[in-house]
Ligand binder design. Sequence first.
Ligand code: GDP
Length: 596
Amino acid sequence: MMAKQEPIELPPTITVRELAQKLNVTPIELIKTLMSVGVMAGINQTIDFETAEIVAAELGKEVRLAVPEAEEETEAVGELPQWRKWLMAEPEAKLQPRPPVVAVLGHVDHGKTTLLDAIRNTNVAEREAGGITQHISAYQIEHEGRPITFLDTPGHAAFTSLRARGAKGADLVVLVVAADDGVMPQTREAIAHAKAAQVPIVVAINKIDKPNAQPEKVRRQLADLGLVPQEWGGDTIMVEISAKERLNLDELLEAILLVADTADIRANPQGRVFGTVIEAQVKKGQGVVATLLVQNGTLRVGDVLVAGTAYGKVRALLDFRGQRIKEAGPSTPVGMLGFHDIPQAGSLFFKVKNEKEARKIVEERQEAAKQQTTPTPRMSLEEFFQRLQEGEVKELRLVVKVDVQGSLEPVVRSIEERAKHSEAEVRILHADVGNITENDVMLAAASGAVVVGFNVKADAAARRVAEQEGVSIRTYRVIYNLLDDIEKALKGLLEPEKQEVVLGEAEVLAVFPASKFGKVAGARVRRGVFRRNARVRVLRGDTVVFDGEIGSLKRFQEDVREVREGYEFGLGLKGFKDFQVGDRLICYTIETVPPA
Ligand code: GDP
């Protein structure tokens, strides 16, 4: 077993910059990794925990969701997901009950896999289908004549989030808590995710066969987290089970159906075809094999699907036993062959008219993703220099707010005064009296400016917008500090100082004609070295007759990288051929001096 580090705690959303800090990588590294998983995000852009979790895993780091405060447990709802809108658009009369879809979450080693296997093995006659156990990452069982779909994504064992587990289409979460271990960090995370997704939870208190099992303690711990057991008057069903001994599994299935009955689990089998990509991978000889959960409509061989920026025509559908089927209705997990690219787990798939339409949608999405890479105009004093160097910005833009009319002019003037001596421009977009408001922040957001305030405060709305938009607000009580910070930013903005470092000196002993450079010099190094990738200045007396790059550096007929003191060599210079015997050659490089 590898020694495990404590997972890094992250909030539900985080900016790319903060995440880079937390993961101890450079922002650029992180942005690259984000791109490699298909997310285009700028340094100040906010990404959600699921995305952070995926890139962290790419970088070999383990993260977990910091337990949210009670009121913040649900993520901002914002706009309804597309599929919910589609479902709502289905005519009520056409909606029919469909099997509940269950995701199993919980802390690592608490028994998720054992439970999923136990349920599968006790309820599915596998052998008849040829004995190959796992075809797709989901299966369906029947309990008391009613089907239940289980999502089974062991490849994502480290992830508790529904999206990362491809379990977004789940109607219900079974939270597995080992009775000998109790509530652990990933238990809390799983609860947070299920609540955020507004998916009801059934608790499976597992490993009840163990002598040190303490189910009462688990109940208490869960009650503290807001999951109050029914027997205590709450509304969470908790079933004591042993996945290993297959104890009380029927009771658990019973509980699942009970909870499912209280939810509105319906779909229109004749309606629009859409669902969730549970998992996808390339399999040898088969191309992309995707596990799909159909949530609405009936998916058929020959249908054309789009998921994210992947599309494809359904070549074959396999049920969870690996048998070919022709169609799959709501809540049916299927293996699907035919995607051209690997669609992302957790993404929404939907049927389109034909491949032409699919290509059009995918191209539009790719284009939109590209658009997003154009830098969003968000700025802070600290990162200014870097962004200037990267050519993203040309000037430091400021929105200035001060306390009284009398200080407006002097503050603006002193800022401009300081700016005068730097190579980068400072542009004051707006300067006014009064507290920093939402409008100031909006202006800064729209134009990539920093808001600076002198003896003023940012009101709550301004702070909120600043947070949302990634705008940096700085307030000062002392004018000197304000000017000092701006000056520091501008110093960063200054071109780094360049310094010439002399490597060596030589004297021209002879001049030859040569094909490529016209004339080359035969010379001897008097001091130091001559290097191929350096520059050379040609001096005749005190006059510099040429200054430029080396075109060739040879000893005998051989190209060499350097020539040391005392040796003779042949030298060609790019763009210069008028060597004369007796010319002095200075070999030097230019190095940047880090700003003080
Ligand atoms: P997961 O990481 O949550 O998928 O956990 P696993 O299903 O891999 O189980 C972790 C370990 O706990 C394995 O060694 C299982 O055999 C063991 N385990 C799982 N369920 C039970 C149970 O009900 N009782 C006992 N005694 N051990 C169990």
